[in-house]
Design a protein around this ligand. Structure first.
Ligand code: RVP
Length: 496
C-alpha cells in the first residue's frame, strides 16, 4: 500500500507516531465529498453506515446513546459498569426501540388490573403503551391501546373492561410483510397490527410509527439487523461471571460482544474468547485492546471477529504514564492493521481522536472504524446531568480506570486487573473530568462525518477501502502543527 514506505522509514528511525505527528497527503481527485461512501464494518458480520462507534464507558454509552448512534448509522457499545441485568435491559431497550416485526410482544391477561399494567409499564420503562390481551393458551382476545389507558379513570378495572375485543380489531396472518403491514394499517387508519395464526394465537405485532419510520427515506441510514431492529453492542470482561453476563446479553438480543480490557493480548482474554465463541457461535466477538502487530495477529488467529487498537491514547487515560507502556496511536493502528491485512477481520481505532481529521487519518492507516469517548461525552445522549458551572454547561467524562469508576464497578477494576483483595487499594489508570455540553449527538456526528468526507475528497477516495489504499502521510514538525491550526489572529468564532 502507498503508505508502507513511509512507515518503513519511520520504523527505521525508531519513531512511533501519533495523530498530531502526521497529515494525509492530498492527491488527484475526482471525488466530491458529498458522494463518498462511508459504509464500513465494526466486526466481520456487523456493518456500519458510518464508521463511528461510541465507547463502552459509564459516561458515554447506555441505551439512549446506543439508540442515537445506530439511528445515525454507527453503533453504541453499552458499558459493563452495570449489573448484567441492568446492562441487558439497556440492550433490550435498543432492540425494542424500533420494531419492524415485534416477534414476542409483551402481553397482558384479561384479568390483569389496569393500574398494575400501567405501573409495570412505568417500572420497566417500556417505550410503548399498547398491549395485546391473550388467554392462557396465547390466543388473542383483545388489545389495549394508549387511548384506552388515557380515557379510563378507574385504575381498578381489569384489562377485559377497557380492551377492544378481537372481533373489532384489524389483524393479519402470520407471514405479513413490513410493506403489507404498512398498507393495511394505513388503509384501516390503525396504529397496531397484531398477527395471528389460524388458531387465533398471537404470533407477532407491527406498530405503525415503527413501520413508517423503517420505510421512509430518513431511516435508510439506520443501522438495523435483518428484522429491522437497531443494532447494539455490549462490553464484557473476562472470567466466569462475565461468561454469564454474556449469555444474558445474548438473550437480550445483543448483536456484538466486546471483550473490553486494557490488555487484550492476555491469557484470560483468550480463554474468555474461546468460551464465548463456543457458546455463542452466531454472535461476533470483538476483542481489545492491543497496540502491537503481533498481538493483533494472535487475537485474529484465536478467532476474534474484530479487534480494537489503543493502549493509552484515550483523553482520560493515564496508562502510559502510570505503567510506562504503550505505542503512540498512529503507529499502533498502522502496525496492527498491517499485521491482520487480508484476514477479513475489521480493526477499530480506539481512543485519542480529537478532531474529525484524526478520523480520516485513522481510517487511512487501515482502521475500519473509530471508537470515540471524549468527542461524544458532552452530548445530550450520554448518561449524567448537565452541570451549570462558571465555565458554562458541562457534563462529567471519566476513564473506566479512574478512581471513581473503579470504586463503583467490579468490572472497571478487572479491566485494569485490580482490587480483588481490597478495593481501597487501587492504582488509577484514568482520570475524571468535565467536558462542555455539545448539544445533540446528531450535530456532533454531522461535523465529524463532514470532516471525514472532506478528507476523502482531498485524498481522492470514494470509499473507505480506497482511502486505505491511497492514504500516504507527511511527518509533521512542531512548526508544521502550529501552522495547521489557526495562527497569528485573534479568533472571534472558533467554528467548533
Ligand atoms: P477518547 O475518545 O480519547 O476519550 O478515548 C476513549 C477510550 O479510552 C475508550 O474507548 C477506552 O479504550 C479508553 N479508556 C477508557 N477508560 C480509560 C481509562 O480510564 N484509562 N481509557
Amino acid at each position: 500500500m502507498k503508505k508502507d514506505p513511509f512507515f518503513e522509514k519511520m520504523a527505521n528511525l525508531g519513531l512511533a507516531l501519533t495523530y498530531d505527528d502526521v497529515r494525509l497527503r492530498s492527491g488527484y481527485s475526482e471525488t466530491d465529498p458529498r458522494d463518498v461512501l462511508i459504509e464500513s464494518f465494526f466486526s466481520k458480520n456487523i456493518p456500519l453506515h458510518c464508521p463511528i462507534v461510541s465507547a463502552p464507558m459509564d459516561t458515554v454509552t447506555e441505551s439512549k446513546m446506543a439508540i442515537a448512534m445506530a439511528k445515525l448509522g454507527g453503533l453504541g457499545i453499552i458499558h459493563k459498569g452495570l449489573t448484567p441485568e441492568i446492562q441487558s435491559n439497556h440492550v433490550k431497550k435498543v432492540k425494542l426501540h424500533l420494531n419492524g416485526l415485534i416477534e414476542k410482544p409483551i402481553t397482558v391477561k384479561a384479568d390483569d388490573i389496569v393500574g398494575a399494567i400501567e405501573e409495570r409499564q412505568q417500572n420497566k420503562d417500556y417505550g410503548f403503551h399498547s398491549f395485546p390481551v391473550v388467554d392462557e393458551g396465547g390466543k388473542l382476545i383483545g388489545l389495549i391501546s394508549r387511548n384506552d389507558f388515557d380515557l379510563n379513570n378507574d385504575k381498578s378495572l381489569r384489562a377485559r373492561d377497557i380492551m377492544t375485543v378481537l372481533a373489532e380489531l384489524i389483524t393479519a396472518p402470520v407471514n405479513t410483510s413490513l410493506e403489507e403491514a404498512y398498507s393495511i394499517l394505513k388503509q384501516a387508519r390503525k396504529k397496531i397490527l397484531p398477527l395471528i395464526n389460524d388458531k387465533t394465537e398471537l404470533t407477532g405485532l407491527y406498530v405503525f410509527s415503527d413501520v413508517n419510520r423503517l420505510l421512509t427515506d430518513s431511516s435508510s441510514l439506520y443501522n438495523v439487523d435483518k428484522s429491522g431492529h437497531l443494532r447494539v453492542g455490549a462490553a464484557v470482561g473476562t472470567g466466569n461471571a462475565e461468561i454469564e453476563r454474556a449469555s444474558l446479553l445474548v438473550r437480550a438480543g445483543v448483536d456484538v460482544l466486546v471483550i473490553d480490557t486494557a490488555h487484550g493480548d492476555s491469557k484470560n482474554v483468550y480463554e474468555t474468547l474461546k468460551t464465548l465463541k463456543q457458546s455463542h457461535p452466531k454472535v461476533d466477538i470483538v476483542v481489545g485492546n492491543v497496540s502491537e502487530g503481533e498481538s493483533a495477529k494472535r487475537l485474529v488467529d484465536a478467532g476474534a471477529d474484530g479487534i480494537k487498537i489503543g493502549q493509552g491514547p484515550g483523553s482520560i487515560c493515564t496508562t502510559r504514564i502510570i505503567a510506562g507502556i504503550g505505542c503512540p496511536q498512529v503507529t499502533a493502528v498502522y502496525n496492527c492493521a498491517k499485521a491482520v491485512r487480508g484476514s477479513g477481520v475489521p480493526v477499530c481505532a480506539d481512543g485519542g481522536i480529537k478532531n474529525s481529521g484524526d478520523i480520516t487519518i485513522a481510517l487511512g492507516l487501515g482502521a475500519h472504524s473509530v471508537m470515540l469517548g471524549r468527542v461524544l461525552a458532552g452530548t445530550t445522549e450520554t448518561p449524567g446531568e448537565i452541570r451549570l458551572t462558571a465555565q458554562g454547561r458541562m457534563k462529567i467524562y471519566r476513564g473506566m480506570g479512574s478512581l471513581g469508576a473503579m470504586q463503583s464497578s467490579r468490572t472497571a477494576r478487572e479491566r485494569y486487573r485490580q482490587g480483588e483483595d481490597d478495593i481501597k487499594k487501587l492504582v488509577p489508570e484514568g482520570i475524571e473530568s468535565v467536558v462542555s455540553y455539545q448539544g445533540d449527538l446528531a450535530n456532533v456526528l454531522f461535523k465529524q462525518i463532514g470532516g471525514l468526507r472532506s478528507g476523502m475528497g482531498y485524498v481522492g477516495a470514494k470509499t473507505i477501502a480506497e482511502l486505505q489504499e491511497k492514504a500516504d502521510f507527511h511527518r509533521l514538525s512542531g512548526a508544521g502543527m502550529i501552522e495547521s491550526h489557526p495562527h497569528d489572529v485573534t479568533i472571534i468564532d472558533s467554528a467548533q
